[in-house]
Design a protein around this ligand. Structure first.
Ligand SMILES: [Zn+2]
Ligand SMILES: [Zn+2]
Ligand SMILES: [Zn+2]
Ligand SMILES: [Zn+2]
Length: 162
């Protein structure tokens, strides 16, 4: 895995800054999320931890995920409710408090690979929609489904068909 330790450090540091204690369950869940490039459910996180000999109950995992989500450290896939670490949170150009800043997911329907993109133009669209509908928009959800580069390559398609 390419980004091995960085996410764990960034996420735990962010929690500490917000005044959260770095308890063992919190650290375990963050470390588990770091190892996965695909989205996981709370059950899957619990099972994977258990396989490593660590016991964290489901309610605690739900609470930890809620906390991570509130702090923009994970993203939830709308269709499945599963979560994955935020991949962009430590980049220099990532300014979460900017009004027009969002992260959107590109989800591969074939292999589950998820890529994150910044959508700086979204704010204008949201403003337009709000204006047209006379509606106060507080948040929005948008994700893209399709095929990742790997699953879309002709070679991969051919071998998959055989
Ligand atoms: Zn993100
Ligand atoms: Zn960002
Ligand atoms: Zn957005
Ligand atoms: Zn794929």
């Amino acid at each position: 895995m390419s980004h091995t330790k960085k996410y764990t450090e960034v996420a735990l540091h962010a929690l500490k800054e917000k005044g959260y204690r770095i308890t063992k369950p919190r650290r375990l869940v963050v470390e588990m999320l770091n190892t996965s490039d695909i989205a996981l459910s709370a059950y899957e996180i619990r099972d994977r931890l258990e396989a490593e000999g660590e016991k964290v109950d489901k309610v605690s995992i739900y609470r930890i995920l809620e906390c991570l989500e509130e702090n923009h450290l994970i993203h939830r896939v709308l269709m499945t409710g599963k979560v994955r670490k935020c991949q962009l949170e430590d980049e220099d150009h990532c300014h979460l408090n900017q009004a027009d800043h969002c992260h959107h997911l590109l989800i591969c329907e074939q292999c589950g690979f998820i890529e994150e993109v910044h959508c700086p133009g979204m704010n204008r669209i949201v403003q337009q929609v709000a204006e047209d509908a006379q509606f106060t928009v507080k948040s929005h959800h948008l994700e893209f489904l399709g095929l990742c580069q790997k699953c879309n390559s002709p070679h991969h398609k051919k071998t998959a068909a055989n």
